[in-house]
Design a protein around this ligand. Structure first.
Ligand code: SF4
Length: 342
């Protein structure tokens, strides 16, 4: 295979950049990544050299993002980051979940960036295009080392994950909390078992994630839950929302936020193909509700009101208010956009 699709970079001791990877895949597909490591989970792991660790973004509630990996074996069908895999000439479907880029030098690069006199210690959103605690983190431990670098750089961060493995790093999270603000957002869109298995096939059980929240909070870390995203027709029924909010409250989360699924570009294509294949009768309703990338405002507002009632019922709004000053990365507008039943 390598003779058909020669690598466009010299491996030597230096790993290819993401641009090298894109060129190679464009020429020969992912089969041309002959140096990538296929692990027991059947995913392909390609180490890469990154030129920057912190990425500046616009139009978000934060200005900097940080992602030690690209792609995610958690494989959530609604994942908005799926569409970003096109940057590497890969698709938003199977390749997003099975070809993972590992930025093996990210900690060194980050340390240099944080040392610059021009760095003003702005908030960093950690894990916006991948899950920093997907299973491969157990091997590389990059997210752990990133937290340590952020501690040395006294830089605040908000970390989002569906990986209970984050409790492994309670020690470094506590050290960080002494140096700067940080928040862990555990993503638990629903505790409904069927919906979890249908939509998030590679993730840990929702209650395992909530137990991780309990462990983080008990250790003194500012941690809460994002019901992110609520997927109309799957996790949006009032009964399911109520069970989820009750479970979140029962596990001691310091706050809860929500957003409704939005669909764009490759993510939209993947999700609609998934619906067509697995739930064809739902397709017309999704097409109607998602004529644009998000459902209509009226839909979101109706649900927003319902979630507020449920948050009040289980004491989460009071808790959130009490903790608000400790939840720097929460974006009220974003996290309160919620969706429910059809
Ligand atoms: S865990 Fe997060 S990054 Fe990974 S597939 Fe799911 S939504 Fe995407």
């Amino acid at each position: 295979m390598s003779s058909l699709f020669p690598l466009l970079f010299d491996l030597g001791s230096t790993k290819p950049t993401t641009r090298d990877i894109a060129k190679t895949v464009k020429a020969g597909g992912t089969a041309a990544l002959t140096e990538a490591d296929r692990r027991a989970d059947q995913a392909l792991y390609q180490e890469v050299t990154c030129r920057s660790a912190l990425n500046r973004v616009k139009g978000m509630p934060f200005e900097w993002t940080l992602n030690p990996y690209r792609g995610c074996t958690h494989s959530c069908h609604y994942c908005f980051a799926r569409r970003y895999h096109a940057q590497f000439e890969m698709d938003a479907g199977d390749e997003f979940a099975s070809v993972i880029l590992v930025k093996q030098n990210i900690v060194d690069v980050l340390a240099r960036e944080l040392d610059r006199p021009s760095w003003t210690r702005e908030l960093v959103a950690f894990g916006t295009a991948t899950d920093p605690y997907q299973p491969i983190e157990g091997h590389y431990r990059l997210s752990r080392a990133v937290i340590q670098a952020l501690t040395r750089g006294r830089t605040p961060f908000g970390l989002i994950t569906k990986g209970p493995m984050v409790v492994r790093d309670i020690d470094v999270l506590l050290e960080h909390a002494r140096a700067a603000r940080s928040t862990v957002y555990m993503s638990v869109p629903t505790v409904d078992e069927d919906v979890w298995q249908q939509l998030e096939p590679g993730t840990a059980h929702p209650l395992q994630r909530l137990r991780a929240v309990r462990a983080l909070v008990d250790a003194g870390i500012n941690a809460g839950v994002l019901m992110s995203p609520i997927v109309p027709g799957f996790s949006s029924a009032r009964q399911k929302l109520e069970r989820t909010i009750k479970a979140i409250a029962d596990h001691g989360a310091r706050f809860v936020g929500c957003n409704v699924m939005y669909l764009q570009d490759g993510t939209r294509d993947h999700f609609m193909r998934f619906i067509e294949r697995e739930f064809p009768s739902m397709r017309p309703r999704f097409e109607k509700l998602y004529a644009k990338k998000s459902p209509p405002d009226t839909y979101r507002k109706e649900v927003q009101a319902m979630v507020r009632v449920l948050q009040d019922r289980y004491g989460l709004r009071k808790r959130r208010n009490a903790e608000a000053e400790h939840a720097p990365a929460a974006n009220t507008e974003e996290t309160e956009q919620v969706g429910f039943a059809w």
